[in-house]
Design a protein. Sequence first.
Length: 543
Amino acid sequence: MDMMASSQPQKLSMQLLDGVSRRNIVTDQFPFVIGRSPECNLMLPHPYISRSHAKITREEEFFVLEDLHSSHGTFVNGEPVTRCNLRPKDVIQFGSLRGPQLRFESEGRQDSTNLTILAQMQGINARESDLEKLRWFLQAARDLNSAGRVDRVLASLLESTLKLAKVERGYVFLSNADGLLELALGMDAAGNVLKDASTLSQTVMRQAIEGADQFLVTDTLSAEGYVPESILAHNIHKIICIPLRQLRETRRGERAEDWASRVFGVLYLESRFQPEAVSDVDHELMRTIAREAAALVDNAQLAAIEDQARQHREELQIAARIQQGLMAVQIPAFPFADVQAHSVACSAVGGDFFDVVAGDSMLNVALVDVSGKGISAAILAATLQGMLYVQLQTEQSLEVIAASTNRYLCKKDVGKYATMLLLRLHEDGLLEYINCGHIQPRICTGSEVVRLETANLPVGLFEEAEYKAGVTRLENGWRVVLVSDGFTEAENSQGEFFGEERLDSAVECPDLQRILMQMTGYCEGQPANDDCTIVQVAFSGRG
C-alpha cells in the first residue's frame, strides 16, 4: 500500500547521488523545491534542470512529488511523472535519466553504514554512552547537511569530531591547485580558531593518505614500533588522522597510488591527554562522519567554483557592454571618401579596435591590435583608443603619435605591446600612413593591388624605437584596405591560414561584405582564434 508509516513521518529523508558525490538530506521544510535556481531548497546546477523544476510536499500520510512544468520532465524509477505519491526506495531524477538521483527513504532510514552503527548499538547490552553517541551522530549529520558553504561544513566537522573523540585540537587540510595540502581550518575543543599547524606530524598524514582507510594512534607514548619525533617532542598521546576522499566506486585492480590520488583533504585530531579506549563504534562513527563531510566539502567546493564562474561570466558581460559602448564608432561622412569597417571579437571582449576621426579637410583612421586576448587586452585597447582619439583630433603628426604611444606603454611596463596602423587622407588624395608592426595596408587601383611597405616596430617593445611615416597619393576611385592579423591568420579545417596572397585576391572586390564572405567561406565554419577587423577607405576626390 501507499501509506509510508502509521506514525505519519514529519521529516523528509533522501539521499542525493550526483556524479561521484553522495549527500544525505533530511528536512521538515515544505514545500521542498528542487531546481537550478539558488533560491531552491535543493540546487542542482545542471543545464537540463529547470530553475524551479519540481517540489515535494507533505499531504497527510504521504510525501507527494510534483513536476513544476519543467522543460525536460521529472522521472520516478525511470518513468515520467507530473504528480505522484512517493514510496520508500523510489529513485527520483530531474531532466535526464543520466543526471543526479534522489533516493527517497522512509523517515529514520539511513545508509548501510548507519545501519551497521545501529546494529552495533541495538542489543540488550548496549551502553547508555553508545546511545548518546548515536544521538550525537544524528545531530552531527543534520548540522553538516545544513552547513552549506565550505567554511561552515569544516567548522561543523571539527566541532562534531572534537566532541566525539574527546581531543584537544582538530585541523582540516585541503588540497590546493598544486595538489599540496594546506591548512583550511584549525580549532580547539573550546571553539577557538588555530592558525599554527607547524607542529603536526607530516609522517602521520602521509601514512593516512597512502593507507586504505585511516591512521589511528591511541597512545603514542606506549606504541610499539616507530613513532615520529614531532609526536614525542610535543608529548602527544592521541592522534586520529582520516583522509577525505572523493567518493566513487573502487575499480578492480586499482593501485595504492590511485587510491591515494583520490584524497583531497585530511582530518587531523590530536590530544596530550591520556586517551580513553576507542571502541569499534567510535571508529565507525568517525569514518562515517568523515565520509559524509568529505562528500559535503567536495560538493560545496564545486558549488563555490560554479558561483565564481557565474560571477566571472556576469563581470565579462558587463565588461563587454562597456567596451562596446566605448568603441562604438560613428563613421563621419566625408565629401571626398567613403569609409566602411567591420570588427568581430573572438571572445566576449577583444583587443582589436578601429576608429575614424574627422579633421580639417582630412580623415584619420586608426587600426590597433593589442597583444593577447580577454579582459587585460580589452582594458589596454580602451586606454589606447582614448589616447589616439585625442592626438588624431588635434592633428599631431603620425610619427609623434606613434612615438608617444610607444613611450607610454614602455614607461607603464604593462607587459603588453600593440601593432598599430594610422592613416591620414587629405582631400587632395595625399595619404600619410605609419605602420607599427601591422599587416601591410593594400591600395587597390582597379587594375592591381599594391602593398604599402614602409614599416616600424610595434609600440610597447623598446622605448628607444624610432618611427617613420610613409607617404603616397591616391587617384579617384582607388581604395585602401586595412586588416588585423585575425583576418590573414584565420584557419580552415586543415589548420592553414587565409594568408597574404588570398587577402590580395579578396580585396580586388570593392564590396566589404563579399571580402568578409571569402574569408569566412575559406574557414569552413572553424571558430575564430583571434579578433578580426577590416577597414576600407574609398577615395572619390573633391567631387
